[in-house]
Write a protein that binds this ligand. Structure first.
Ligand code: TRH
Length: 379
């Protein structure tokens, strides 16, 4: 009998929650033979990264995963059953009726999938149960970068596909052409995906005065007005190249999540954010900067520091200092000029390190495998 999984996702304000749960749902279905339903409250957001999703259809199947629309107080559909494993992603609340189904069924593994953090407490709390009002245990599952945590999302073929792509200049130029990008290989190609960021103008200045040319691919998001203002324009046009000194900026359309990795693989440096693109940038094996999701009381800066300290671990002190300074400046509205020029003195080392990091991380089991094993052990 195939194990059934229900994954509940609430889209808070961005793509990360659906981005993570959609990858997980597909992987459980394709690589672990599970029957998966993904419950999503905002189909329109989902559609932006997966155009096959129909926004007006409450139940549909995409790539072998059943997609169901829900709200926290929606009742369970008539043919409702409760899965063997239930994941509430990022502490979204399950509908009361659904919890009732779980209680009636009895043998259900209930998991809360937490946000990714490199902070040491995640390993301490990983897989701990907590008794809920319904008399059911809920386990807290923490993705992470060490054996003691739940791992990172990584499809079985991901790095093989990456390596084949990187070995083929043709695949790369064909992919970039689908975005309307013609890349001159003498120039550094940079992807830019971040939250509104007051450091951006000073970084664009640094790029425009750089020793080599920089071609920036700007992804959809809140940076568009900042870049438009930088070029003294009311708005940016798709496909146009905006130039200043050694800097070119080009706006690119929404990319299907399925091909998002190819963008990161194609670039020499990636600016990523949130959770999902942050992890994909690490699998890309390219130098990157992380714009972390800002939290109240600056709690995100501890999370950022925890990641930098493990990512930096094998680097020489001087590179560590410069990488940290650059990441901090990007996340705190700091001045980017000297941070960037210092960082780029270590560009080759950072390139090797990015590959090394992805090789280290691939030795650990991935998140879907860890979840599937957790269920088998729990039974
Ligand atoms: O969209 P995000 O900012 O998501 C965030 C984080 O998950 C954060 O932790 C959470 O608290 C907050 O949402 C609510 O960034 P993230 O996580 O990188 O997700 C972006 C997803 O969108 C990722 O799967 C890649 C995808 N994407 C595309 O597929 N195509 C695109 O063109 C773009 C711009 C994004």
């Amino acid at each position: 009998m195939r194990v059934t999984w229900d994954i509940f996702c609430r889209v808070i304000d961005n793509f990360g929650d659906i981005g993570v749960t959609w990858r997980l749902a597909r992987q459980l279905q394709q690589e672990h033979g599970c029957v998966v339903r993904l419950w999503v409250d905002h189909l329109a957001v989902f559609q932006a990264i997966c155009p096959a999703v129909l926004t007006e259809t409450a139940r549909q199947e995409v790539e072998g995963v059943e997609l169901c629309w829900w709200t926290e107080d929606s009742i369970v559909p008539a043919q409702g059953y409760c899965a063997d494993v239930v994941i509430e992603a990022f502490a979204c609340q399950l509908p009361v009726d659904y919890i009732e189904l779980m209680r009636a069924k009895g043998t259900v593994l209930w998991l809360n999938l937490e946000y990714l953090t490199a902070e040491p407490w995640a390993a301490e709390c990983h897989a701990l149960p907590s008794m809920q009002g319904a008399g059911l245990q809920k386990y807290f599952f923490f993705p992470g970068f060490t054996e003691q945590t739940g791992g990172l999302l990584r499809e079985a073929q991901l790095l093989t596909q990456r390596d084949a792509f990187l070995a083929s200049a043709l695949q790369r130029s064909e992919f970039l052409a689908t975005l309307g990008v013609e890349h001159n290989t003498d120039e550094r190609l940079i992807s830019l995906f971040a939250y509104a960021n007051s450091s951006l103008p000073s970084w664009l200045d640094a790029l425009s005065e750089d020793r080599c040319g920089n071609h920036v691919l700007l992804l959809q998001g809140p940076l568009l007005p900042i870049v438009a203002q930088y070029f003294a324009l009311p708005e940016l046009q798709m496909g146009q190249l905006y130039q200043r000194g050694r800097l070119k900026v080009q706006l690119v359309p929404y990319i299907q999540q399925e091909t998002f990795d190819r963008l990161l693989w194609s670039c020499d440096f990636n600016c990523v954010r949130g959770e999902d693109s942050f992890v994909r940038a690490q699998w890309a094996g390219k130098p990157f900067v992380w714009h972390i999701y800002p939290q109240q009381d600056e709690a995100h800066l501890d999370k950022l520091a925890a990641f930098i300290s493990i990512y930096n671990n094998d680097l020489d002190d001087i590179v560590k200092v410069d990488y940290e300074a650059y990441c901090l400046a990007w996340n705190t509205g700091g001045e980017m000029h000297s941070a960037w020029s210092q960082l780029m003195t270590h560009e080759k080392i950072l390139q090797k390190h990015a590959i090394h990091w992805s090789e280290q991380q691939r030795k650990l089991p991935d998140l879907a495998t860890k979840l599937a094993r957790f269920y088998q052990d729990w039974l």
